[in-house]
Design a protein around this ligand. Structure first.
Ligand code: T4K
Length: 369
């Protein structure tokens, strides 16, 4: 990067000449949306890359969350995490359900399975965990609880593009998983997203739902919505998919440099790679212990900002502290001590494929002071 501002992320962009070739093809076909050729090509390319049996692509990462809850007929209460982007909880609310927050495990930032059972009531019908920062949830423990109580599980996997555990895609866990392909994500289609499912019948149902519920020209099989992605963004996605492995590797290299430098800074902690996990290095959160570090998280955050190093406090404030949700019974601070601690200490450092050695040094110099 040559300009002075170092941002938390920077979009992976396809080669313009290659995009131009695809655009000419789209222009020639005059088919620009509604399940066109590029849409279908991107779906098969993604299914193969992500090692998932079925995938349906969407116009952003919020609509598959909304649609997943609809498709599974989720009602009543949905157990979720307060430590996420607000879209996770909004999707529950937009489905007329009540979000029930449970605390997180500080080892990963994900929902703590040990806290789930106490939050289950006769009205609970689903669990919506998040693989935050791409750290895999304890899917085995969550499945055991869901099976015991007959609950659906929808993973918000917005951060987990390409994440694998023991060579298996994390996206195959739960009843459904959703992805975001927003500009700020490891893989982007500018705006975009997807849902991963286990069988062809569910894919058919989801494909209907994302196209107003239409099953053919005149039949509507359900209360659908419009969340289709267009041909231009599908083409852009096909090109970005060719670049994503090298982008992930470049991010890994940045993470390695951050870890090497920060390991011995008192009061700064971070996540190490987990054994048997293929990480995607979508975020590099650090946690600032003010007492040990000698500066609060916000003091460091604003010091970075003054020097044009724009980290982000993902995820502060907690969703449970935002005005639409703060009066819910599960939103109390006492119920969510670990989530509060993490939200109060976190800064996500700049991390993307295009970060130069000088950029990394600039970030580190401020933190190491
Ligand atoms: N679930 C989870 C767990 C999520 O994290 C998200 C989205 C969703 C669901 C919903 O998926 P989508 O419906 O969004 O597909 C960003 C993103 O807008 C959002 O997609 C993302 N999570 C969230 C964590 O972050 P902001 O408001 O922080 O983004 P913004 O515009 O401040 O951008 C951050 C930085 O990225 C900028 O400082 C510079 C860089 N940037 C951004 C854009 C948009 C660029 O360099 N170019 C760009 O075009 O929300």
């Amino acid at each position: 990067m040559n300009n002075d501002r170092i941002t938390v992320t920077s979009p992976l962009l396809p080669d313009l000449d290659e995009l131009q070739v695809m655009l000419k093809e789209i222009w020639g076909s005059r088919w620009i949306t509604n399940n066109g050729i590029f849409h279908r090509r991107l779906e098969s390319a993604l299914a193969e890359y992500l090692k998932v049996p079925f995938i349906s692509i969407f116009t952003n990462g919020t609509l598959p969350l909304l649609t997943a809850l609809q498709a599974l007929r989720v009602t009543g209460e949905v157990i979720t995490t307060p430590y996420s982007f607000v879209a996770t909880t909004h999707s529950i609310w937009w489905n007329g359900c009540i979000p029930v927050f449970v605390d997180i495990d500080p080892a990963t930032g994900n929902m703590d399975p040990n806290k789930i059972e106490a939050a289950i009531t006769p009205r609970t019908s689903a669990i919506m965990p998040v693989h935050v920062y791409g750290n895999p949830c304890n899917t085995k423990a969550i499945k055991e609880i869901a099976d015991k109580y007959g609950l659906k599980v929808i993973y918000d996997a917005a951060h987990a593009f390409g994440v694998e555990v023991n060579g298996e895609s994390i996206l195959n866990e739960g009843d459904l998983s959703t992805l975001s392909f927003h500009a700020t994500k490891v893989f982007n289609t500018i705006e975009g997203g997807a849902m991963v499912m286990h069988d062809a019948e569910t894919k058919k149902q989801i494909d209907y739902l994302k196209n107003f519920g239409f099953a053919g020209e005149t039949e509507v099989v359900g209360p659908g919505i419009n969340s289709k992605i267009d041909e231009v963004r599908a083409a852009y996605g096909l090109l970005n998919l060719r670049l994503v492995d090298s982008a992930i590797e470049a991010r890994n290299q940045v993470a390695v440099k951050y870890r090497d430098a920060l390991r011995n800074v008192p009061g700064i902690t971070f996540f190490d790679d987990l054994p048997s996990v293929r990480h995607n290095y979508s975020y590099f959160p650090i946690f600032v212990d003010a007492g040990e570090y000698g500066m609060t998280r916000d003091e460091l955050y604003f010091k970075m900002k003054e020097r044009d190093v724009l980290g982000r406090r993902y995820f502060y404030p907690l969703i449970s502290d935002l005005s639409p949700y703060r009066n819910l019974p599960s939103a109390t601070k006492d119920n969510l001590p670990m989530a509060h601690k993490m939200a109060d200490q976190v800064i996500c450092l700049p991390l993307h494929h295009d970060l130069s050695y000088e950029d990394i040094e600039r970030v580190l110099t401020i933190i190491e002071y």
